[in-house]
Design a protein around this ligand. Structure first.
Ligand code: DGL
Length: 275
């Protein structure tokens, strides 16, 4: 039966989105997939990210998802459009794949007073130009300055998010972006891993600058989407369950995910490369 909501990320980052979605919409059944074995995605080419993301989406559909959220900005920037336009028709007319960039961008307009906004994200997301493109459709007056933070995802994936070593990399990128544009009053955390570095990010961000993680906005946008699409909403099962898949060691995933989700996690290992 195709009635679950799938949530996909290259690794642990999507858990920050899943947590907020489940807080807002606890009634549905969720299946999370972290491609931890192949994370980080951030510096891979378009072709690789598209191939990995498509494999993940196909797996989630095979396992009963009707709707998949790409809880990964890099995948949303580089693979979402192609999957929606080229692959979805063959994967099932009634199935849908949604991303995280549009809901984030929709929230930004009312948050900034100076109209100078900073984007912290992976190199893949920054180089795709997706944020600037989407933001300027809605708020052409906003000036966007972007900064790639290549070390931030590995810090989270390797469980170093709270270590003294993380301070160096977090500080460097925040100071860097504020030097590029000192008028920035709003910083988008345009990578779903980054909220897991929140303690450090707060530490190095000046008090007048608002930090914007995505989870709350993605969750609200999903709620609105389901209101606008009753055929999808009515088809979803509602037992309030959540299961996890990882492409790496289940034991490692269980430990980290339990910490991030504040609950017991028992993941199943999945091989996305099998024929
Ligand atoms: N959480 C992913 C994102 O939002 C991280 C991508 C990566 O693995 O580098 O972009």
């Amino acid at each position: 039966m195709d009635n679950l909501i799938g949530v996909f990320d290259s690794g642990y980052g999507g858990l920050t989105i899943l947590r907020q979605i489940r807080q807002l919409l606890p009634q549905y059944d969720y299946l999370y997939l972290g491609d931890n074995a192949r994370a980080p995605y951030g510096s891979h080419s378009y072709d690789i990210i598209y191939r990995y993301t498509l494999q993940a989406v196909e797996e989630l559909f095979r396992r009963g998802c009707r709707l998949v959220i790409l809880a990964c900005n890099t995948a949303s920037a580089k693979a979402l459009r192609t999957i929606q336009q080229n692959d979805l028709p063959a994967l099932g007319e009634y199935r849908r794949v949604l991303g995280v960039i549009r809901p984030t961008v929709e929230a930004i307009g009312p948050l900034t007073k100076t109209r100078h906004v900073g984007l912290l994200a992976t190199a893949g997301t920054v180089n795709s130009g997706s944020y600037a493109m989407e933001l300027h459709k809605l708020s052409p007056d906003i000036e966007l300055t972007s900064q790639a933070c290549p070390m931030w995802v590995p810090l989270v994936e390797n469980y170093e998010f709270d270590s003294p070593g993380a301070d160096y990399f977090v500080r460097k990128r925040i100071e860097g972006i504020l030097r590029l544009d000192p008028q920035i009053d709003t910083l988008i955390l345009g990578c779903t891993h980054y909220p897991l570095l929140m303690n450090k990010i707060i530490k190095y961000t000046p008090p007048g600058v608002r930090i914007v993680p995505q989870g709350e906005y993605v969750a609200a946008s999903l709620r609105d989407y389901l209101k606008r699409h009753p055929e999808m909403e009515e088809a979803l099962s509602r037992r309030g369950t959540c299961h996890y898949l990882t492409t790496e060691s289940a034991e490692k995933f269980n430990q980290s995910a339990a910490l991030f989700m504040h609950e017991n996690v028992k993941a199943e290992v999945v091989d996305l490369e099998r024929k």
